[in-house]
Write a protein that binds this ligand. Structure first.
Ligand code: 4G0
Length: 222
């Protein structure tokens, strides 16, 4: 999968160059390409923002540099994503859906948003991480990219994906590793028993208990 990222702050994306995502890039499973929107400004001072028509606080991103930046990377099969507080809420299901595209384009907004005409010129999906505002779309882009990358074949093991939170609609069960006792706290006996059936039963029970306590909304949905 190729991911083009259109931003005024390409230097913010160094986290994509470490750990599991770095391995995926090295293995040619993922390809990230950073595009500086400022390079496409036709303004003599490379300006990319302006005052909103009708007045109001703050600045908007101008349509022209974003338009030309998208045009420079768009292919027939591209999916364009714009992280925005007014988008539909991001979740596990959306991450999985996005992981099946060959080419994604992330457009990172800044200031008070972008000139609305960009949404008439392109088919753009607005996605929100939640009900809060950030200074730019860079961090949410990275969150969405990290999350969807885990569903791309070969990025992490199939087992890891199947066992984690949300894949079964429930929160994850408690996990432990060595030592068996730490500061007087013992690992639950069943996990040391070697009885895989009992372990499975215990984990399911714990998942359900946690989900009831912390996220009862997950049990009601669908
Ligand atoms: C567009 C996403 C982009 C409009 C982006 C801000 C929060 C999220 C941005 C605005 C973002 C989120 C209207 C302030 C960039 N903040 N919740 N900031 N406005 O996913």
């Amino acid at each position: 999968m190729k991911i083009d990222i259109l931003t005024l702050f390409p230097e913010m994306f160094s986290p994509l160059n470490s750990s599991i995502l770095k391995r995926a890039v090295d293995n040619h499973i993922l390809e990230f390409n950073l595009i500086n929107i400022r390079d496409f400004s036709k303004d003599k001072h490379k300006k990319c923002d302006d005052y909103p028509f009708g007045g109001g606080a703050g600045m908007l991103m101008s349509v022209q540099p974003i338009y030309d930046a998208i045009k420079s990377v768009q292919k027939e099969n591209s999916k364009i994503i714009f992280p925005s507080p007014r988008g539909a809420k991001f979740d596990h299901k959306k991450a999985k859906e996005l992981s099946s595209f060959e080419h994604l384009i992330f457009v990172c907004g800044h200031y008070e948003g972008v000139d609305e005409r960009i949404f008439e010129l392109f088919d753009i999906e607005e996605i929100s991480l939640g009900d809060y505002v950030l200074t730019g779309g860079e961090l949410p882009s990275m969150v969405i990219i990290d999350s969807l990358s885990r569903f791309v074949d070969g990025v992490i093991s199939k087992e890891s994906l199947e066992n984690e939170s949300f894949s079964n609609g429930l929160l994850e069960y408690p996990q432990y590793t060595r030592p068996a006792v730490f500061e007087g706290i013992k690992v639950p006996e069943v996990l040391l028993s070697g009885n895989h059936q009992e372990v499975e039963k215990w984990r399911n029970k714990q998942s359900l208990k946690r989900t009831k306590e912390r996220r009862s909304d997950l049990l009601k949905k669908n």
